[in-house]
Structure formats: structure tokens, C-alpha cells
Design a protein around this ligand. Structure first.
Ligand code: FAD
Length: 446
């Protein structure tokens, strides 16, 4: 998915693990205020404070409103390495993986400690975060913590929380995106193990990650949500082929992943045979909770700078567009803060993640529209002028997030059903087996 999303301001709601929660309740831990003081001192000794989030001045420094970085695999790895080194320093000092269970080398502290550190860290120039870090440590590791066996937790949780290895998401298929439960990548029992066959698509970072977290169809003769199983797939296993897909914004962060007779031991299955949908929902819940707060891609501040440079700041239509951009950002920040506070208190962000994700993508689309109004043809032809053609990267990248992590329409469905209490979308007959519904709806076969 991303390339690079700035997750520093995101707070991730931890779900309690099945059975005994391994998260600290904070009762016997350092008070957040003291922790914050200690963290500030530590950060000040190691990183430069940002010269405020003051708006950039025209023509000064590097201008970037990029949404998806157009980077080579080596450049991606360099970003990951730099972040991992920074993460290790933090872990050694007790400021990395703050709310991660101590059993996995984390701080074992509370989400409030984690949020306090992130808030402070955002004020410093520190290595850039990367999507794969977030997917590995905030989506997959907690899912394994929740669903894995003790051996699986031992094998992967520490490594994933500590960023020693990375894991991408092998969910979408050519015929299954929004309707993920329609997936047809098959997992067939073979002796003590499994054989996987099928195709995944839009897999971000699959050329860099060591593992993929795959949801596959293991039973066609039960209703579709009941016939899936989750696996961890080593991406260097025989039968795995990863092919890059070029994006319109220039980079090739996506991939197609072909699984041709990939053999896995049963120890690579996460959750029970048939639990794949519930496991996928756990991953997606973590994903929704962690998107929607990025400052990356620019917005109001950069638009104001551009309008001033072009002498258009008094144009009533432009002023209207700028006022709207400002309002959208502010309201999103407030909604996000409210959702994060609720998540800290209850352990679940509920539909809050859908609301902020939707607000973020609508805001990015509006930002693109105002940039287009201001720049006209300079958006499509590079005149070499600082701070102009670079908006092209925003305009071409922003639509990706209307799709990634659940499309705008799907988020609207969630908000409609869970917040507004509207009737649920009509679903298919849940008594049909997947094989029957496939042949009814698509005229397809296994
Ligand atoms: C930047 C990016 C990164 C991604 N990274 C990954 C990744 O790492 N791993 C992975 O597995 N996948 C990834 N994806 C894939 C992504 O999850 C899917 O593209 C997404 O779920 C939509 O599925 P689809 O593309 O099949 O579109 P479809 O589901 O076919 O949707 C097509 C259109 O129909 C609309 N639609 C569909 N169903 C409904 C409905 N019920 N109500 C209203 N409208 C509906 C959609 O909103 C959309 O406009 C990524 C996608 C992007 C853009």
C-alpha cells in the first residue's frame, strides 16, 4: 500500500488478546507525565526539533506533496533500514514498541504512553516511517498475537514487532477486493500441510517483505465466509512469483503475486481451518484504526503558499477553496482525536477509522482540485518552477487512497450502517455454499 505513509501521529488501539491480555494496564507503571518528560529529554539528546510545523516559504528547501513515492526497491530498503535502526535505539531506551507486550521485547506500557511519545516524536526530525513497518508491526503482529498458537507467537510476534522481518498483506485478488470474502485462491490439505494455488493482486511491498499474510479458500462447500483460512507464506518459497505493477504516479509499489503449488506446513496456518474471515477482519480492524491521520501529501499550508506566490489569495473562488481545505483538515483532526481517545478508553475505534479515512481521502481530492484551479496547465507540463509541477505527484497519487484499505464507497457503507443506523446492504443468501453462489452470481466454476 503506500509507499510511504507517515504514521507517527497515529495511535493504534490494541485489542485484548484471546484469553489473558498481555498488555499492561498501566497500574504499576510510570505515570504518563513523567514518562513524557523522560521521553522529551531523550529525544532532545538525539534528534533535532523540527523548525516548527511552520508553513514552508516559497522557493526554500525541498518541495514535496507526494502521496506515493516513486522509489526503487533499494531506496525502499534504505528507508526501512534507517527506520529500523531508529526503532532499535528507541526499544533499547524503552521508547520503542511502547504498548507492545514485554514478552515480545516491547515496553508493556499503555496506549496513553504510546500516544504521548508519538505526539512528542512528531516534533522532531526522525527517520521516515514506511507502510511495510506499519503493516508488519501494527496489523500482522497483533493479529498473530491474537490468533496464533504459542509457537507462532514465539516465532513471529517478536520479530515482527521488532521489525527484524517484514510481512505484507496478500488479501486482494483480481475478482475479490471490496468483496474480499469472494476470494478464490485455494488452499488444499495435503498430508500434514497445505498446497496454495491462485493469484493475489495490488500487494504493496511484496518485493521487499519476507512473508505475506494470505487469506485463501479452503472449503467451497460451506457459505463463503466460513470457508477461508489464513496462512503466513514465505515469499521465497518455491511456487511464489512476484511481478511489479506500474502505477500512474510513476512508482511500482504494487505487485501481482502468483501462488503456484506453494507447499506450506500446517504450522503456517494462523487460526483454525475456516477461521480465515475472522482473522482477516482482525487485520482490517487494525488497518482502519491506523489510517486517516497522515499529513503527507500536503494540503492547506502548501495551497496557501502557492496561492500567495501566484497572487491569487484574494480571488473569491480560491479563498473559498482554501477555507474549505482548512476546515476539512481541522474537523478531521478533531474527529481523529475523538476516535483515538475512544479507542484508548474502550480498546476499539469502532467506525471511527472509517470516518477519518473517508475524511482524509475527500480532503486529498479537494486539495488536488484547488491545486488544479491554481496551476492550470503548469500541473501537467513541467516549467521547472519550484513548487508547481510537483503537485502532479499529489494529484496522481491521491486517488489511490480512495481505494486502498477499503474504498470510499465501502467506508460510506460502514458509516451508513454502523453510525447512522441505515438498513444493511442486501446480501446474498447466506445458506448457499460458496460453490453455489459462485455459479449463480458469476456463472463461474471452481
Ligand atoms: C494504494 C493501494 C494499496 C493496496 N495495497 C494492498 C495490499 O497490500 N494488499 C492487498 O491485498 N490489497 C491491496 N490493495 C487492494 C485494495 O484493498 C483493493 O483495491 C480494494 O479493496 C478495492 O477492491 P477492488 O480494487 O477489487 O475494487 P472493487 O471491489 O471491484 O470495486 C470497484 C468499485 O465498486 C465499488 N463497490 C464495490 N463494492 C461496493 C459496495 N458494496 N457498495 C458500493 N460500492 C461498491 C468500489 O467502491 C469501487 O469504486 C491496495 C490498493 C491500493 C489502491
Amino acid at each position: 500500500m503506500l509507499l510511504v505513509l507517515d504514521y507517527r501521529n497515529h495511535s493504534r488501539p490494541w485489542r485484548p488478546c484471546r484469553g489473558v491480555s498481555r498488555l499492561s494496564t498501566g497500574s504499576a507503571t510510570e505515570a504518563v507525565a513523567e514518562f513524557r518528560d523522560r521521553a522529551r529529554t531523550w529525544l532532545e539528546a538525539r534528534a533535532h526539533r523540527r523548525t516548527a510545523d511552520a508553513p514552508q516559504r516559497w522557493g526554500e528547501g525541498e518541495f514535496s506533496v507526494v502521496v506515493f513515492h516513486d522509489a526503487t526497491d533499494d531506496e525502499e530498503r534504505a528507508v526501512l533500514d534507517a527506520y529500523r535502526d531508529w526503532h532499535r535505539d528507541k526499544v533499547a531506551a524503552g521508547f520503542g514498541a511502547i504498548a507492545v507486550p514485554a514478552a515480545y521485547g516491547g515496553g508493556g506500557l499503555t496506549k496513553a504512553h504510546d500516544a504521548a511519545f508519538k505526539e512528542l516524536e512528531a516534533q522532531f526530525d526522525v527517520p521516515r516511517d514506511h507502510e511495510l513497518i506499519s503493516v508488519t508491526s501494527k496489523l500482522i503482529a497483533p493479529t498473530i498475537d491474537e490468533w496464533g498458537t504459542p509457537e507462532q507467537r514465539e516465532r513471529w510476534c517478536r520479530r515482527f514487532f521488532q521489525l527484524e522481518e517484514y510481512c505484507c498483506q496478500l488479501f486482494s485478488e483480481p475478482g475479490a477486493g471490496s468483496d474480499l470474502a469472494g476470494l478464490t485462491c485455494r488452499a488444499v490439505r495435503d498430508g500434514d500441510g497445505w498446497v496454495l494455488d491462485g493469484q493475489k493482486v495490488w500487494t504493496s511491498t511484496a518485493r521487499i517483505a519476507q512473508y505475506g499474510f494470505a487469506i485463501c479458500r479452503s472449503n467451497w462447500d460451506v457459505p463463503k465466509h466460513a470457508g477461508m483460512t489464513a496462512f503466513i507464506v514465505p515469499l521465497d518459497a518455491p511456487g511464489v512469483e512476484v511481478r511489479p505493477i506500474r502505477q500512474m504516479s510513476g512508482g511500482a509499489s504494487f505487485n501481482e503475486v502468483f501462488l503456484g503449488g506453494v507447499r506450506l506446513g500446517d504450522e503456517m496456518r494462523i487460526g483454525g481451518d475456516g477461521d480465515g474471515w475472522k482473522v482477516a477482519l482482525t487485520v482490517l480492524g487494525h488497518e482502519r484504526a491506523s489510517t486517516g491521520g497522515s499529513k503527507r501529501g500536503g494540503g492547506y499550508d502548501e495551497l496557501v503558499m502557492l496561492a500567495r506566490h501566484l497572487g491569487r489569495q484574494s480571488d473569491p473562488l480560491i479563498r473559498q477553496g482554501l477555507a474549505r481545505a482548512y476546515s476539512m483538515r481541522k474537523v478531521r483532526e478533531w474527529v481523529r482525536a475523538g476516535a483515538a481517545a475512544r479507542a484508548r478508553a474502550t480498546g476499539s475505534s469502532g467506525p471511527g477509522g472509517s470516518i477519518t479515512k473517508l475524511m482524509w481521502t475527500v480532503e486529498m481530492a479537494h486539495t488536488s482540485a484547488v491545486a488544479g484551479q491554481l496551476l492550470g496547465p503548469a500541473l501537467t507540463a513541467d516549467t521547472g518552477e519550484w513548487g508547481t509541477f510537483a503537485w502532479n505527484e499529489h494529484v496522481l497519487g491521491a486517488p489511490g487512497y480512495r481505494i486502498a484499505g477499503g474504498t470510499d464507497e465501502i467506508q460510506r457503507n460502514i458509516v451508513g450502517e454502523r453510525v447512522l443506523g441505515l438498513p444493511r446492504e442486501p446480501g446474498e443468501d447466506r445458506t448457499l455454499t460458496f460453490a453455489q453462489s459462485l455459479s449463480n452470481v458469476r456463472g463461474g466454476t471452481r
